[in-house]
Ligand binder design. Sequence first.
Ligand code: ZN
Length: 101
Amino acid sequence: MKIKKNDKVIVLSGKDKGKQGEVRSVLSGKGKVVVSGINMISKCVKPTQDKKGGIEKMEAALDASNVAIVCATCKKGVKISSKALENGDKIRICRTCKKQI
Ligand SMILES: [Zn+2]
């Protein structure tokens, strides 16, 4: 999966279409990502000793194919290519402006 934690992404479909957020976690096995402020759901929380119960808002994972990485240069969601450097490192490149993400 090309998306990594802390990437800035834009949502391509669904109720949060057009919104941007930072990737909080990547569930690579499931092909899903959790993005801050995106795909919020309400969850009932049982009260514990140090916390009141109630309804808590939290982000639900969404399909990684529904988000695109935002290129800092293009300032929009772009397609990403990966490129292997001579030293073996892999970098990600914006397909639009060819700059490293
Ligand atoms: Zn770009």
